[in-house]
Design a protein around this ligand. Sequence first.
Ligand code: MG
Length: 248
Amino acid sequence: MLKRPALCIAMCCIAIFMFAQDRKGGDPKLSEYWTPEAKKITPGKTQADPPSDAIVLFNGQDASQWVDTAGKSVKWNVSNGALTVVPKEGMIKTKQKFGDCQLHIEWRSPSEVKGEGQGRGNSGIFLMERYELQVLDSYESKTYVNGQAGSIYKQLPPMVNATRGPGEWQTYDVIFTAPRFYENGLIKSQAIITVFHNGVLVQNHMALWGSTQYIGTAKYEKHGEKESISLQDHGNPVSFRNIWIREL
Ligand code: MG
């Protein structure tokens, strides 16, 4: 057992040693951790190509990953590597359901310009069948800003208008965090979305107000942890291609 003076000396020595270590920057290993290791995947050849852990929802060949609202085979047109809205055939949705995800999707408004505002090249990507990321020809056509391309419809306008011209292929890269609900249906945490339109940040970690509404204010209604992704038939022959998703 150390006597009191010896104990004091020992503690002083430890304090001086630790102070010296701190001044030197200490042991770098103390702030390293090595597990769990990040899963190794193979990225696509370009950022538009699906990485090895992606689920391909449309590869240009067939729409077998999709069904119509009645659960039947889709009647949208598949040709020239694109999946195109056939007006009045209705929305389509993925067979598989998703929650938190990274989504890549390419779209093209018709090269033949018809209509104005919401009537020109309108479609939409409904995350969880509820939260619409607007697809619209917003190249040279005015509409309400929270209804243009890159907006979360009737909620959040895009930070900039990065739209390419009609007939040109465009990309959306989306990072989506699903909302969480309490047992009683009240909202626990809002859905969060980040969107790049043609590589340009247009929604930066934004909280959604609720399910998209055409009339009235968006509000949350409890739904499953995973739901389908749906594409809108708004009466315009908008095309889609190269759709892939990563579950997060
Ligand atoms: Mg729409």
